[in-house]
Design a protein around this ligand. Structure first.
Ligand SMILES: [Mn+2]
Length: 357
């Protein structure tokens, strides 16, 4: 059976006053086609579905429309809440979605059995178990509070996180035995992960990250969300961040966007393969003198379906009102394929200010 791992869609994200709805829409369309074509059995989304706790109506519509479309393929969907998501908002439609084989675990439930979700093969028999563990909030990690110093507090915190995974695994094994592969979802910072500028507010308690090697070894794959750069943890193929499926910030320029496909054959072995997501919008970073920037704009060829956004760092040797006026002009003009955000430096390198596009 084939299972997709993705995360961090951040539907509703706005980058420097520019909405990123276009790429969210094109990605979900592409994902639906991919699921149909590849006959995918299950889709796992590891948190941060929306960028804000109170998404706009159009963002909710996009989410529900996608779920409606994708459920027609007969796929099972498991969605967990991330730190950006509102637990109550995601939870609201849980019971309506369940008959469509869409499981939503927005916040950590009181009873751990509610995170154990069997994923079935085409013959209807469970081929794999998902542990749908969402982003763990303070109330889920109460034991962390009992420590006197920061180091102990941190150790308690990491132990509390691991305990949730161990308890979920035990529950899965009680119900389904030890022979079935287990995939754990998570929305957290694991030690060694490389971040970008688009993951705001990494939880204070998780600044150091949880040591990935301390999780139960019986878990065959960790489908992680929270970090937007796609990556393995260490050389471990079985613990991965899918990353966000499209660019959410200029600091992500150069990351190849992807989803992961996990193949689960008979027995416990899992194979993981990265599938590139097409680029729907180019984000660019340009730096140089005004003339050089002009040249880059005029020679830029956009081969993506959406208008490109450029973060431009203009460097000029001395202050010149004419240059400022020209930069203003460039930022405001409706260029066919490039929308610009300026970050000029003029005069001494210490003099810096921003003109918004
Ligand atoms: Mn995120």
């Amino acid at each position: 059976m084939k299972i997709i791992h993705t995360a961090d869609w951040h539907i509703g994200k706005v980058l420097h006053k520019q909405e990123l709805n276009g790429e969210a829409e094109l990605f979900l369309e592409w994902l639906n086609e991919f699921i149909t074509r590849e006959e995918i059995d299950a889709l796992l989304v590891s948190g941060d579905i929306f960028d804000l706790a109170n998404p706009a109506h159009k963002d909710l519509s996009l989410y529900y429309q996608f779920l409606h479309n994708v459920s027609r393929t007969g796929i099972q969907v498991v969605i967990t809440g991330g730190n950006h998501d509102s637990v109550s908002l995601l939870q609201t439609t849980q019971s309506l979605l369940k008959p469509m084989q869409i499981h939503v675990v927005a916040g950590m439930p009181e009873d751990v059995k509610n995170v154990v979700i069997p994923l079935c093969r085409k013959n209807g028999k469970p081929g794999c178990i998902a542990l749908a563990i969402p982003y763990l909030r303070d109330k889920d990690l109460r034991t962390a509070e009992s420590a006197d110093n920061q180091q102990d507090k941190w150790l308690n915190y990491a132990a509390a996180i691991r305990n949730h995974y161990s308890a979920a695994l035990r529950k899965a094994q009680e119900e389904y035995g030890n022979e079935i592969p287990v995939i754990a979802m998570g929305h957290l910072f694991v030690q060694g992960a490389l971040t970008s500028d688009s993951e705001r507010e990494i939880h204070v308690g998780t600044l150091q990250g949880v040591d990935g090697s301390h999780f139960p070894g019986e878990i065959g794959y960790f489908a992680l969300g929270h970090i937007h750069k796609p990556q393995r943890i260490g050389k471990n193929d079985a613990m991965r961040y899918s990353g966000s499926p499209y660019y959410l910030d200029f600091s992500e320029v150069g990351f190849e966007k992807q989803i992961l496909v996990i193949e689960c054959h008979e027995g416990k072995a899992l194979q993981v393969q990265s599938v590139p997501v097409p680029c729907f919008r180019k984000l660019l970073r340009w730096q140089g003198r005004l003339a050089e920037i002009r040249n880059q704009i005029s020679t830029f060829a956009n081969d993506a379906p959406l208008q490109a956004f450029a973060e431009v760092h203009v460097t000029e040797k001395k202050f010149d009102a004419q240059v400022i006026a020209e930069m203003d002009d460039m930022a405001n003009q409706k260029n066919e394929c490039v929308k610009i955000k300026y970050k000029p430096i003029i005069g001494k390198p210490t003099v810096q200010w921003t003109i918004k596009s």
